[in-house]
Write a protein that binds this ligand. Structure first.
Ligand code: GTP
Ligand code: MG
Ligand code: ZN
Length: 359
């Protein structure tokens, strides 16, 4: 009797389990967020370690160019991988190591580093380059004017993506004819950013100053050139390595670049190393920026903040603010302070793309 009861209970539980499993399967199948994972599993199943390996050189309208070890080969993303594209802005980026067969990319290997930004909608991550050692943050002394806040953005993004940031100020030949204000900005920039302990190099493609040092910094490493349009990224690569990348004129009135480079391109350097030339940006929104990314980058401000009267001091207009006091006493760089404020506002979600463009 009791046995019967147990059996009945058992079968009831089994029925319950079956029902639960069925419901769970249904929920999984209809949950769009799980879609990606299922896809990945299927892709992995297909992935054969004996497949040939390649590296993504450029992504153009024609397709994905990879280096297959001998030639450049034009490929497409295999169907299943492509489906994932719906969830991510770009599933594959310049610098990716891939497995391919004929003209299809079947697998994208795990990345050890990535430089990413927010896409124009602000809702998706846009990969600029991956599997690269260092980000060369190119600014120009003038033409276009130096934008310290943009430099901070690149430093934070580089570190978030596991790349080393290096600061390069190009067009140093223009120093002699720069205005007093421009000279002052340059000296203030160097004084404020030197204490960060990053390499800072002043260079010029026209006079050749610093080019040998730049080559040394890049030797045997992979580097991505980034920065505003017109600062001379392509010109620097050409002069340092004897290449012939397209370079552009500056807009007559504003000295802004004219977006000459249109797609990121992976280049193998003579003498060892790789570099990626990228299109210039107008603004740079950091993907997944959090308050702690800002506080850990602006260590001098974080340290000063211990002296503020209020623990939640925003250092904007509060009384007894140690940060504002340091600013007044010229113990804190106004460049860094302004940059800090804009990044903190961004981490809070208070800055849109249009506002950032003006910074
Ligand atoms: N005076 C001076 N001009 C330079 C220097 N380097 C580059 N330029 C000029 O700056 C302009 C823009 O150079 P590009 O190399 O096309 O700049 P870019 O950063 O690649 O620009 P995008 O591809 O649009 O992002 C060109 O007219 C160059 O001749 C330099 O050291 N000094
Ligand atoms: Mg260029
Ligand atoms: Zn304060």
């Amino acid at each position: 009797m009791s046995g019967d009861f147990l059996d009945e209970e058992q079968s009831f539980h089994d029925r319950d389990k079956k029902k639960f499993r069925k419901e769970r399967r249904h929920a999984q199948e209809t949950d769009r967020s799980k879609f990606k994972k299922t896809d990945q599993k299927e892709v992995k199943k297909e992935f054969d370690p004996n497949l040939p390996r390649g590296r993504v050189l450029a992504i153009t309208g024609e397709g994905i160019w990879i280096d297959d070890g001998v030639n450049r080969r034009l490929c497409i993303l295999k169907g299943l991988l492509k489906k994932e594209k719906l969830q991510a802005k770009n599933l594959i980026a310049v610098g990716d190591f891939v497995r391919y067969w004929e003209h299809s990319i079947l697998h994208v290997e795990e990345r050890f580093s990535s430089l990413a930004r927010q896409d124009i909608s602000g809702r998706k991550e846009q990969l600029i380059a991956v599997n690269i050692d260092q980000v060369l943050i190119i600014a120009s002394l003038t033409e276009p004017p130096l934008k310290p806040a943009l430099v901070d953005r690149y430093i934070i993004a580089a570190r978030k993506g596991n790349m080393h940031p290096i600061l390069i100020v190009n067009k140093i030949d223009l120093l002699s004819k720069a205005s007093e204000q421009e000279k002052e900005l340059f000296h203030a920039f160097v004084a404020a950013y030197e204490p960060l302990g990053l390499p800072i190099l002043s260079v010029s493609t026209t006079s050749g100053v610093g080019i040998e040092a730049l080559r040394c910094l890049m030797k045997g490493k992979s580097s991505v050139f980034s920065g505003q349009s017109g600062v001379g990224k392509s010109s620097l690569i050409n002069v340092a390595f004897g290449l012939t990348l397209k370079t552009g004129d500056l807009a007559q009135k504003t000295f802004k670049g004219t977006h000459t480079t249109t797609t990121a391109e992976f280049l193998t350097l003579p003498g060892g190393g790789y570099c990626i030339d990228t299109p210039g940006v107008r603004s740079f929104g950091i993907w997944g920026l959090e308050k702690r990314d800002v506080t850990s980058h602006f260590t001098e401000i974080t340290e000063l903040a211990y002296g503020c009267k209020f623990p939640d001091c925003a250092h904007i207009e509060e009384p007894h603010c140690a940060v504002l006091q340091a600013l007044e006493e010229k113990k804190l760089s106004p460049l860094r302070y302004e940059s800090y404020k804009s990044l903190l506002a961004e981490a809070r979600g208070d800055i849109d793309n249009w506002t950032r463009d003006k910074l």
